[in-house]
Design a protein around this ligand. Sequence first.
Ligand code: ATP
Ligand code: MG
Ligand code: MG
Length: 550
Amino acid sequence: ENNAPLDFIREIVAEDLRSNKNGGKVITRFPPEPNGYLHIGHAKAICLDFGVAAENNGRCHLRFDDTNPTKEDTEYVESIINDVKWLGFDFGEHLYYASDYFERMYECAVTLIRKGLAYVCDLSPDEWDEYRGNLSAPGRESPGRSRSVEENLALFERMKAGEFEDGAMVLRARIDMASPNIHMRDPVIYRIRRVHHFRHGDKWCIYPMYDFAHPLEDAFEGVTHSFCTLEFEIHRPLYDWVLQALDFKNPPVQTEFSRLNLTYTVMSKRKLLQLVKEHHVSGWDDPRMPTICGMRRRGIPAAAIRKLCRTVGVTKFEALTDIALLEHCVREELNATAPRYLAVLDPLKVTITNYPAEGVPELDAVNNPEDPSAGSRKLAFTRELYIEKSDFMLEPVKGYFRLAPGREVRLRYGYFIKCEEAVTDADGNVVELKCTFDPETRGGSAPDGRKVKGTIHWVSAETAIPAEVRLYDRLFTVEQPGADGADFLTQLNPGSVKIVEALIEPAPAGLPAGSSVQFERSGYYCVDPDSKPGRSVFNRTVTLKDSWGN
Ligand code: ATP
Ligand code: MG
Ligand code: MG
């Protein structure tokens, strides 16, 4: 894989290296909040944070931003670690928890108070809102703003000691109540909240706000470049203010980029949680979910996700990426790596009426035409076979070149067969085809030079193994679920999964969970962890038809 092309963020990093701004160091971080599973949007941030570090001999920290304990949990911590590694990135020893800095953050808040740069405010939430003003009106000063340093120190210590009710008071930075940027109007930096922290229990009843905690976390770790999504642009003056007020030398610099948005996909944690909790999907790792674990289970290779992120690039423009591009990246990757097999998803029986009593030697089938090292395998050609129902038409329409009464097709890796008779049931449904095969066409061509237009796949009825195949499609029917005030749940695709009983050739039947294969003429599939010995379950990753660039 090539390094990503130079984007505006990589230009900034390159310039900082040229000017020796950080002594040649590049230290980045990926800071997820452990309150949900990672999704493909996070992958964009991960590829940027880890990519920029790796390309510049730097390092990237995985830091759990666990300063808001209400929805955080170790379940999420473990899944995030696993997903970052699976995506192909290495944080080495550099795994951190923001909550481990609570003591230092508290000390920083005390320092601000001592410098007259923070004060305790006991306005009620309603008053607070009103005092803050709005875009056209400056804010008003809270009565707490004029408290003495000693009073503030004493009150803040009592906040920490648990002497006050939740919400009774907050610690605010003393900046500028007339700032045109509302975030600079004496923002709250600590609040009282009696919530259990999944790592620190009930040790703390005051918790720092994100805008105060995040620059400190970056600075404590010596981060040089702090990348985040565009919605934090307006918070950047506060990020810089905190670090300057506390005299950090050579402070980290925040740079914002636009998030990844994909068509037919929701990415908000709240909506993903709702899909799981209300059982619209089977779990976080449902193969239809845009989560990393869902995509892994679907069979999407990590390399395809990295490729998508590289192709989309890093800019400041809000964009909606066509999910067809992801599917294209998946096909490109799997085309190179996935072994080919034959599977019939909707079987129609074929009997070869001129099948010789002594049998027919096994056929040779190439495992991957894109990869000669993948070798070949043997296929049994037997008297009874199955083909796909859709590969036969009783009355063929114009342009249909597959099997029909009196017509000849090529069986993949096998012989030409000719349909001599279609057997129908009482309702007129075709239930079996009686065919003859031409022994001279072994290998796929006729010595007399006659041509056939269609090649179809098949399995031997004698050796085929039944398997469950889960045919996945997009989870939503519209490009932007939930847009224009719509309820995204009403836009779920009722056909996003269809389960069929297929017949597969024996070779892929015992493959371990996670293996990717191509079922020829059908799509790429991945062995699901629900598989049991003797009973394979395959998830369709994507069909073969690429709609990208059409
Ligand atoms: P939500 O807003 O749904 O709660 P989040 O973005 O706050 O999700 P975090 O765990 O805080 O979730 O995200 C970790 C990092 O991933 C952040 O730096 C965030 O900017 C980045 N990120 C999240 N979603 C996307 C996205 N769609 N595209 C690019 N980066 C993203
Ligand atoms: Mg966040
Ligand atoms: Mg968020």
